[in-house]
Ligand binder design. Structure first.
Ligand code: ZN
Length: 203
């Protein structure tokens, strides 16, 4: 069989592979691409060339596919394994803890505690005079117990995003996109935890 007359594939990768293998013995090529020698010999020259060409293209396609999948997985794992910025930016353990609780929507609140105590949703009220359900949004934006901290910390941070819903504002504050904002929000979360602990001790 005239191996050197096998025309190169239109795919660059396959052309390179064919060039590499055409300089080797036919047996090496057949072994590398697991082509059955007997089947090849029983085919005519035209058919045999087609078989070899097709097998090389199929093999290279699978190799490329695996390589792309590996790249995608590596990129995904890198993003997944990379720690969030705030874990290093917030040096104080208490700040990291408070901000993490807020990011996970796990800051202590009547709404959260009510979930575990099976308290009806409408009865998960804040102790402040507004008598609203104590959600994390309530604590961040409307609760008078934190009014001073709202004015000092939270409201100035939201000047760049006027007229957004509470959900969007909370998402912005906890996004950890800007370390300066993250540090301020962490300060506010620490204050929430301290005040709640103080109130709990007084009961
Ligand atoms: Zn309140």
């Amino acid at each position: 069989m005239d191996w050197k007359n096998i025309k190169a594939s239109k795919h660059t990768t396959s052309r390179l592979v064919m060039f590499r293998y055409l300089s080797r013995s036919p047996l090496v090529i057949l072994t590398r691409f697991t082509i059955n020698m007997e089947a090849l010999l029983s085919s005519g020259i035209k058919k045999a060339k087609q078989i070899v060409k097709q097998r090389i293209e199929d093999t290279e396609y699978q190799t490329d596919l695996t390589s792309i999948q590996n790249m995608a997985v590596r990129s995904f794992v890198k993003n997944l394994m990379e720690p969030a910025k705030y874990l290093t930016a917030l040096e104080a353990k208490g700040s990291r803890r408070a901000f993490t609780l807020a990011r996970c929507l796990a800051l202590p609140s009547a709404e959260l505690e009510g979930k575990y105590k099976n308290t009806p949703f409408a009865e998960r009220l804040c102790s402040c005079p507004l008598r609203e359900i104590e959600t994390i949004e309530h604590m961040f934006f409307t609760c008078p117990l934190y009014e001073a901290a709202h004015k000092e910390i939270i409201f100035p941070l939201m000047e760049s995003i006027p007229r957004r819903s509470e959900g969007k504002r909370l998402e912005f504050l906890l996004s950890d996109a800007d370390t300066k904002i993250t540090c301020q929000v962490a300060r506010f979360c620490v204050m929430i935890l301290r005040l709640r602990k103080l109130n709990a001790n007084q009961l």
